[in-house]
Design a protein. Sequence first.
Length: 115
Amino acid sequence: VQLQACGGGLVQAGGSLRLSCAVPETIFSTNAMAWYRQAPGKQREVVASITSGGNANYVDSVKGRFTISRDNARNTVYLQMNSLKPEDTGVYYCNAFLPRLQRVWGRGTQVTVSS
């Protein structure tokens, strides 16, 4: 089962986007989820994660600008991205935080921030 992120697009620097990802209940209900980003020419990295209880962590580069959240009733995880910068450009994916629980990576959603 692939997890498909959506909500990406082209936005000017300083703009906002909200990503969402519907997750199968089998991996969502008790597991930490995360948003990942793969910038052009770089490896995929975690940008934000959230536990089943709602505790969130962020990579330093997005702290104060991005907010990860989850709707446990809808098995959906969100990433609100504000004050976007060109260096936020990349393909964004969602998946379980723990590698052993991750499902097949979907296509992700492209976020492009123009300067």
